[in-house]
Design a protein around this ligand. Structure first.
Ligand code: GAL
Ligand code: CA
Length: 325
């Protein structure tokens, strides 16, 4: 028999490891987890894997050596978590993956492993819906009057589970709303603002001018803000209604909310880090205490005993204030 776990919250230590501390969404997520740890009255330690899976594996072993009771991990390479799982499993440490979803066969290898993420397909549908609403209200947005939407798209990491689903769903929401799409350019900018600036400059060049782009879709806020920087150089989205390209992002980070408030981007989708953090921390704490993980003690709907997918919300100029902290 395994030990029954640690009964008192103040004796519990939770270790967090994040694929990169530079990621803005995960920065927000880390703050939310810190707050949750405080609410639960548990000790909490965070480490930065610096985009190295090997480093992350070793840091996890260090956490285990310092007797953490549970681990919360945003894996560097979601397709290469076998080593991580083995290390946690050998030490009987519960393991909650967040944000970067390992394939199911990995989670099936270890009973005390779970995944907490967002409802990715919902996020795409909402993002596409924001653009569809905009086009319905702005027929002049079809600048070349060809009945199609000339768009460019900035995608997240190629290997990330969100990238493909979000992209597909965003485009589907637009075609379902009756818009015909014409992709001018699209590329991976790996969630990063400055990569997005550079990609966007390339898209503008390929489109033979910023005026030929009718929409910018970005798989996250950082890339949406990068695209904004690139078109602002051309005096776009800077107040002149003749020079405007609708941009939509995903995450609902503070900087994106500010851009919405200034009408620089038309909207974003709440990737609810705060609720995801609450779910991940509840699992970590309950599992540390040796409790079974079920909907009653966690307060979240659990799919197949292992998956929690937190719903997303639409954010536009109408309601952004509700999300400002
Ligand atoms: C996504 C998020 C991105 C980025 C990525 C990292 O869920 O929308 O901004 O943080 O996770 O895995
Ligand atoms: Ca057009």
């Amino acid at each position: 028999m395994l030990s029954a776990g640690t009964a008192h919250s103040e004796d519990i230590k939770i270790g967090l490891n994040i694929y990169s501390f530079e990621d803005m969404f995960l920065k927000r997520y880390r703050d939310a987890l810190t707050f949750e740890a405080w609410k639960h009255g548990v000790k909490f330690f965070a480490a930065d894997a610096n985009k190295s899976q090997r480093k992350q594996n070793n840091q996890v072993s260090e956490f285990i050596a310092t007797h953490v009771n549970a681990l919360i991990i945003s894996p560097v390479d979601r397709n290469d978590v076998g080593d991580l799982i083995n290390r946690a499993k050998r030490a009987f440490i519960p393991l909650v993956f967040i944000n970067r979803e390992p394939p199911k066969e990995f989670l099936d290898q270890y009973k005390k492993s779970w995944y907490v993420g967002s409802d990715t397909s919902g996020a795409g549908t909402i993002a596409g819906g924001i653009l569809a609403d905009y086009f319905k209200n702005h027929p002049e947005a079809d600048k070349n009057h060809d009945g199609k939407t000339q768009y460019v798209i900035l995608k997240g990491e190629k290997s990330h589970q969100d990238t493909q689903i979000v992209t597909e769903r965003t485009l589907k929401a637009l075609t379902d709303a009756g818009f015909e799409l014409d992709e001018l350019s699209g590329d991976y900018a790996d969630w990063q603002k400055f990569k997005a600036v550079v990609k966007m400059q390339g898209f503008i060049y390929l489109a033979r001018g910023v005026e030929n782009i009718e929409a910018i879709i970005a798989n996250n806020d950082e890339m949406a803000l990068g695209a904004l920087m690139a078109i602002k150089i051309h005096k776009y989205n800077s107040g002149d209604p003749e020079k405007f390209i609708p941009i939509v992002g995903i995450d609902g980070n503070t900087e994106a909310l500010e851009a919405i408030s200034k009408n620089e981007i038309i909207g974003t989708v709440l990737n609810d880090a705060e609720t995801q953090a609450a779910a991940a921390m509840s699992i970590a704490v309950e599992a540390s205490k040796g409790h079974e993980i079920n909907e009653e003690n966690i307060g979240f709907n659990i799919i197949d005993g292992k998956y929690i997918r937190v719903p997303c919300k639409k954010i536009t100029h109408e309601n952004y204030k509700e999300f400002l902290k």
